[in-house]
Design a protein. Sequence first.
Lengths: 92, 103, 193
Amino acid sequence: MLQPGTPVQVKLDWPETRGPCHIRTPHYLRGRMGVVERHLGDFPNPEDLAFARPAARLPLYHVRFDQPALWGEGYAGDAIVVELYESWLEAR
Amino acid sequence: MDDLEVPRAQHDMGGVSKFMCDPVDTDTHALTDFDRRVDALRQLLGAKQVMSVDELRRGIEAIPEATYHQLSYYQRWIRSIADNLLVRGVISADELRAALEAA
Amino acid sequence: MMELIEAESGRLLAAITKLLGEKGIVTEDELVSRQALTDAANPGQGARMVARAWLDADYRALMLRDGAAAAEAMGIPMRGLPPLGVLENDAETHHLVVCTLCSCYPRAVLGYPPFWFKSAAYRARAVRDPRGMLGEWGTIVPDSVKLRVVDSTADYRWMVLPLRPAGTEGWDEAQLAAIVRDGDMIGVTVPGV
């Protein structure tokens, strides 16, 4: 379980290049650094639900990203907060 | 504005350049009877565990990009619903073909 | 199969509902009553929650802790529906809700999502140029206020608990609810008098 305040990196992975898939990790976050804000609960993996496959329950986190850092422009202090599954996060 | 050069799926729209200069149409657009009926159908299929919202999304994401933007929101839904019902074997291609001819 | 799903949408809907009816999977009565139920959900429900939170600190705390329970307390049925997260604005923080991947929206408390929320322009701009995009509604977030853009990618649905505007001192719940619009609970506008 990832604790609030843990720095995490979103995996730099592109399942889109390997065949049909359903991914709920936005492209603009792949490989980027964020901070866990809180654990939102455990939910079945949508990547499997989308194909009517048995889906493991995964911890889901709210993760905060510095918004200007993502785009190279923006207002200091602005953030984007995104629900991400533990399978996509690596503690740093 | 540049896009991140990554193999982005076409529905994954955060920050995508070609939309960044588009104005947001903030007007109210009333739903049609078709829209509401498709919405109700989707909910019932979900409640009855015939097709999940995840499957709906997958079906929408599979729509070719040009078609995705030509179809209205609920037109994308009914296309995805049809796709999923066929893939899951809830209805057969022959049945659908016959029902379309009668429709 | 490909050409079948490319059929004209109205015919496709009619064909599918006919087949599902014949198979006893979805009936016409069910479609009609589900549509009526969905039509009844509207932003006024969320507005009443906001108004109550502005007046009642315990209800506010409940809303922030468990949005679904707070909705149920107002008579909005939430059983079996996605969890509801409530994002509290304060003097230094303004929240904006988007679903860049599709159109996830807190339908149970706000009703059908508006056209703009589902548009490509909104989904693209909200995470990359949120302050510029808010200008489409004439909304200016001061430099002293930080923006938190919440991208709904998973199981939660999010609504904003906006700041209570000045000039509403002594107002009752009904008066307060009347000034809260759907845009205020997504973060594209702020309530005012």
